[in-house]
Design a protein around this ligand. Structure first.
Ligand code: ATP
Length: 237
């Protein structure tokens, strides 16, 4: 059973400075599911994504991701696991400003021999793959990828962050508000690319968005208040 689960959470708890943030008794997401995660500001969406990627350590409980128990891994094992198997679009983007857009997109291949191998096995260069992904996001001028990311608009930076998460076909994509700085046409392109890419590669996709227009595109909708007992106890709400 667990081999079919991309995510399996049991009794997951995390507090910040004594204030309870996450209390999720149970959550399962199957391999290949395309999931929209939504909820009020402060309901714990980003924190949950960080727990799923091993960037945050829970106080207690179990997090299994792609059949591996994150809670039993060392920090370095988690870093390698994340580099090899997860693509993450951070809410804060986390692009390297001193690198070009193209170098940013290709960065995960440098950290993961697995991603590099997948890109190489396509018998096309990583660079070609990067251009292909950006073409699907309707980048009009490919020369823009030769610019440093801090010279690009916020919307283009987000598209670069999306391509960076998809390069090397990771098995799990976590996308935290991946299109918030874009107009509605570009937002739709981003959601459609993430979903098509997930279906083409049997990738599991978990995407946070406040954009209700994206709802019909996703096959499963998870409201934080239905899974996190502390979702509504936050003062931000
Ligand atoms: N590193 C941290 N230290 C202390 N408190 C934190 C930390 N990270 C998150 N929190 C708090 O945990 C709660 C949940 O934050 P989180 O960012 O996960 O919510 P969210 O649902 O993603 O919100 P939003 O929709 O505004 O992005 C908030 O009260 C936030 O202030």
């Amino acid at each position: 059973m667990s081999e079919t689960l991309a995510i399996d959470i049991q009794d997951l708890k995390l507090a910040f400075n004594g204030r309870d943030c996450i209390d999720i008794p149970s959550l399962q997401i199957h391999n290949g599911e395309v999931v929209l995660l939504f909820g009020e500001n402060g309901s714990g969406k980003t924190t949950l994504m960080k727990l799923l990627s091993g960037l945050l350590e829970p106080d207690s409980g179990k997090v299994r991701v792609l059949g591996r128990n994150l809670t039993q891994m060392s920090r370095s094992e988690k870093d390698h696991f994340r580099a090899d198997h997860i693509g993450y679009v951070f809410q804060s983007l986390n692009l390297m400003p001193y690198l070009t857009a193209l170098e940013n997109i290709l960065l995960p291949c440098g950290f993961s021999p697995r991603k590099q191998q997948i890109v190489d096995s396509a018998e096309l260069s990583g660079e070609y793959e990067a251009y292909q992904l950006m073409a699907r996001l309707k980048l009009e001028d490919p020369m823009r990828l030769r610019h440093k990311t801090d010279q690009l608009s916020k919307g283009l930076q987000q598209r670069v962050a999306v391509a960076r998460a998809l390069i090397g076909n990771p098995s799990l994509i976590l996308a935290d508000e991946p299109a918030s700085a874009m107009g509605s046409y570009s937002q739709r392109l981003v959601y459609e690319l993430l979903i098509e890419h997930a279906r083409e590669n049997n990738t599991t996709l978990i995407c946070i968005t406040h954009n209700k227009e994206a709802n019909p595109l996703f096959e499963r909708h998870i409201n934080m208040k239905d899974i996190n007992k502390n979702a509504l106890s936050n003062p931000l709400w």
